[in-house]
Design a protein around this ligand. Structure first.
Ligand code: NDP
Ligand code: 8X3
Length: 261
């Protein structure tokens, strides 16, 4: 808690699931942190801000609309971010991400390819480049990328999503090696199955299909991953938990998630 005291933390995709839980877990761990909560749905972020204010009045929350899939919007976001937040940034949690469908190669809509790549890959890269510039100026800072088991073990119906997460993994590792002469830390956290809005987004709002993914199994919660992210962020500056894979106990890899299909 002491190590995270007064840290400024930017979370992408803080309106739901893992990102939202991560904001709350930082709050619980260090009730005087400064959180920049970003996503496309600012109304939901405002509710999160109110919840945090109620629970931990010393936590400062800045809500900002940000669509990471739009390079121009990412640029606008950094330009509009007040200097007292931007220049003091300590931790970037690149969590925003999504999956669309389970179509096989040949049948995947171009727009689905575009949204997964522009969000999960280009968006994450653009956010990271801006943050790393700030971190380099102060020779400190932590980037935590949310990858996925899907990036390690590609599965049928996941060619685009899995390859975006493999890209996150490779990007993260290159960057960590580039930065070894600095105090900047780079980490990737790869969750297995977590019950969030993830499947609802995959199945385009079809709640029955989304619920079926989690029927008969006990998935992780956003909180489970949030605890790992905050643990990674809260280590001594010389400690880099470079790479973490987190499963619920029933899961052995991606394929097991589709055994009921
Ligand atoms: P949710 O759908 O619950 O949350 C996704 C978050 O990403 C939302 O806050 C959403 O906010 C945000 N987001 C989506 N697109 C954009 C965008 N273009 N710009 C900004 N924010 C965006 O899913 P999870 O919490 O499960 O997902 C979080 C991360 O975890 C993702 O990277 C996902 O790939 C990864 N993951 C999830 C697993 C799971 O089983 N759930 C397993 C492994 C990894 P908004 O819509 O308001 O913009
Ligand atoms: C989410 C897990 O296996 O559904 O990244 O792709 S999976």
């Amino acid at each position: 808690a002491q190590r995270l005291s007064r840290k400024t933390i930017l979370i992408t995709g803080a309106s739901s699931g893992i990102g939202r839980a991560t904001a709350l877990e930082f709050m619980r761990t260090a009730p005087d942190v400064r959180i920049i909560a970003t996503a496309r749905r600012v109304d939901v972020l405002e509710m999160l801000k109110a919840e945090i204010r109620e629970a931990a009045p010393m936590v400062e929350v800045l809500v900002a609309r940000l669509d990471v899939s739009d390079a121009a919007d990412v640029k606008r976001f950094w330009e509009e971010l007040p200097a007292e937040w931007r220049d003091q940034l300590d931790i970037l949690v690149n969590n925003a991400g999504l999956v669309k469908g389970l179509e096989h190669v040949g049948d995947i809509a171009e727009e689905d390819v575009d949204i997964m790549y522009s969000t999960n890959v280009t968006g994450l890269i653009n956010m990271t480049q801006a943050a790393v510039k700030i971190f380099k100026a102060r020779n400190t800072g932590t980037v935590i990328n949310v990858g996925s088991i899907a990036g390690r073990e590609p599965y049928p119906g996941g060619s685009i999503y899995c390859s975006t997460k493999a890209a996150v993994r490779a990007f993260t590792e290159s960057m960590r090696k580039e930065l070894i002469n600095t105090r900047i830390r780079v980490a990737v956290v790869d969750p297995g199955q977590v019950e969030t809005e993830f499947s609802l987004v995959r199945f385009r709002g079809d709640k029955e299909k989304a619920d079926a993914v989690y029927a008969g199994v006990e998935p992780l919660t956003g909180q489970d991953i949030a605890e790992v992210v905050v643990f990674v962020a809260g280590r001594r500056e010389n400690v880099v938990i470079a790479d973490t894979l987190v499963f619920p106990s029933h899961q052995g890899g991606t394929a097991s998630m589709y055994r009921k299909a």
